[in-house]
Design a protein around this ligand. Structure first.
Ligand code: NAD
Ligand code: DAU
Length: 354
C-alpha cells in the first residue's frame, strides 16, 4: 500500500487548506476526488497542480463505479471525507442536493471503502483509517447558559444541512459498530480563513465592506458561533488521523464564542484600518435583514477531549487570524473576481433581494 491519502471535496474551502498543509508537512501522496460544484475551486490548489505526489480526479462521491476503480488503482491508506453541500441557507432553499451528497454520497463512499478495506491484507486493514469531517450543527442550538456541546451531547439537528450531516455521522458510526471499519469522526465549529466562498458570513462581510455594499445581519445579530481558524482545524484533523482512537468522535472548536454583530463590527473596523474609509466608518453599512428560518441561537464547543487525549489546541487567536483573513482577501483580488461571477451573483440576488 502506498502512503496515499484519498481526500474527498479537496477543492473546497477546508479541503484545499488541508491538502496544501498535508503535502507541505511530509512526503505523502494525495488523491483529491471532487465534483467541482460551485464551491469547488482548483485555483486554490494551483501551487501543487504539477506536483507528482498529487492527483486530481473530477468526480462524484456517489459514483460507485468510479470509487471502486479509484480505490483499487490508488490503494489509499486513509480516506479523509470533506465532500459535502455545506451552506445552511442553500439547504433551506433547496435541501435535495444536501441529501444526495451528504447522505447518499457518504453511504456510497462507505460501501465502496468497506469493500476495499475488507480486501486488504490483515496488517493494512489494521492501519487503514476513514476520517469523516463533520460539524457542531448536528447538536442543535444552545441557550445562553447551557454548557458547550460535548461528544455525548444528544443529536438535535435543526436545518436540512445539519440533518444531512447528522445522518452521515450516524452511518459512519454504524459502519464502525457493525462492520468494524476503522472510522474517526470530527465535529468542528465555524471555520474562517483563506479560500472560503463568500456566501458564508465572514468572507461575505469582508467583500461587501470593501465594496461599500450593505452588510446583511440576520435577525437581531445576537446569534453566537464558536469561530476557529481553518489552519487550526486542518491541524486537528491531521492529529486525529495520526493519533485518534478508532471508532471515536472528537469535537473541535476555538473556545471562541462571538455574537454575529460583534464579528461584523470587528471586520468593519479592520477593513477601515487596512483599506481606509474616506471619512465614513463601514459600520454604517450594517443592515439588519429578515432572519434565517429556524436559525440556531448559539453554538459552543467543548474541545476538552481532543486536548486531553491527543494534545491538540488551537494555535491562533481570533484577533490575529481575523486580520490575516481580511488581508488575504485584500491581496487576492483575482481569486475573488473569479468566484464572484455568474452563479454567485445569482445566489446573492435571489437570497438577499427581499
Ligand atoms: P465547501 O462547500 O467549501 O466545499 C465542499 C467541497 O465538496 C467542494 O469542493 C465541492 O465541489 C465538493 N463536493 C460537493 N459535492 C460533492 C460530491 N457529490 N462529490 C464530490 N465532491 C463534492 O465546504 P467546506 O466549508 O470546506 O466544508 C468541508 C467539510 O467540513 C464539510 O463536510 C462540512 O460539513 C464540514 N465543516 C465545515 C465547517 C465550516 O465552517 N465551513 C465547519 C465544520 C465542518
Ligand atoms: O458551525 C459549523 C458550520 O458553520 C458548518 O458546518 C457549515 O458548513 C458552515 O457553513 C457554518 O454554518 P453557519 O450557518 O453557522 O455559517 P454562516 O457563515 O452561513 O453563518 C454564520 C452566522 O452568521 C449565522 O448565525 C448566520 C449569520 N449570517 C450569515 C450570513 C451568510 C448573517 O447574519 N448574515 C449573512 O448574510
Amino acid at each position: 500500500m502506498e502512503n496515499t491519502v484519498l481526500v474527498t471535496g479537496g477543492a473546497g474551502f477546508i479541503g484545499s487548506n488541508f491538502i496544501l498543509r498535508w503535502m507541505e508537512s511530509g512526503p505523502a501522496s494525495v488523491v483529491n476526488l471532487d465534483k467541482l460544484t460551485y464551491a469547488g475551486n482548483l485555483h486554490n490548489l494551483a501551487s501543487i497542480a504539477d506536483d507528482k505526489r498529487y492527483e486530481f480526479v473530477h468526480g462524484d462521491i456517489a459514483d460507485r463505479v468510479l470509487l471502486c476503480s479509484l480505490l483499487d488503482r490508488r490503494k489509499p491508506r486513509a480516506v479523509v471525507h470533506f465532500a459535502a453541500e455545506s451552506h445552511v441557507d442553500r439547504s433551506i432553499r433547496g435541501p435535495e442536493d444536501f441529501i444526495r451528497t451528504n447522505v447518499d454520497g457518504t453511504f456510497a463512499l462507505l460501501e465502496e471503502v468497506r469493500a476495499y478495506w475488507v480486501g486488504l491484507e490483515e496488517r493494512k486493514r489494521g492501519d487503514f483509517r476513514f476520517l469523516h469531517v463533520s460539524t457542531d450543527e448536528v447538536y442543535g442550538s444552545l441557550g445562553p447558559k447551557d454548557p458547550p456541546f460535548s461528544e455525548v451531547t444528544p443529536y438535535a439537528p435543526n436545518s436540512p444541512y445539519a440533518a444531512s450531516k447528522a445522518a452521515s455521522d450516524h452511518l459512519v458510526r454504524a459502519y464502525h459498530h457493525t462492520y468494524g471499519l476503522p472510522t474517526l469522526t470530527t465535529n468542528c465549529s465555524n471555520n474562517y480563513g483563506r479560500f472560503q466562498f463568500p456566501e458564508k458570513l465572514i468572507p461575505l462581510i469582508i467583500l461587501n465592506a470593501l465594496n461599500g455594499k450593505p452588510l446583511p445581519v440576520y435577525g437581531d445579530g445576537q446569534n453566537v458561533r464558536d469561530w476557529l481558524y481553518v489552519e487550526d482545524h486542518c491541524e486537528a484533523i491531521a492529529t486525529v488521523l495520526h493519533r485518534g482512537q478508532v471508532g471515536q468522535t472528537y469535537n473541535i472548536g476555538g473556545w471562541n464564542e462571538k455574537r454575529n454583530i460583534d464579528i461584523v463590527e470587528t471586520i468593519c473596523h479592520i477593513v477601515d484600518e487596512m483599506a481606509g474609509n474616506g471619512g465614513t466608518a463601514r459600520r454604517s453599512l450594517i443592515t439588519f435583514v429578515k432572519d434565517r428560518p429556524g436559525h440556531d441561537r448559539r453554538y459552543a464547543m467543548d474541545a476538552g477531549k481532543i486536548e486531553r487525549e491527543l494534545g491538540w489546541r488551537p494555535r491562533e487567536t481570533f484577533e490575529s487570524a481575523i486580520r490575516k483573513t481580511v488581508q488575504w482577501y485584500l491581496d487576492n483580488e483575482d481569486w475573488v473576481r473569479d468566484v464572484t461571477s455568474g452563479s454567485y451573483r445569482q445566489w446573492i440576488e435571489t437570497h438577499y433581494s427581499s
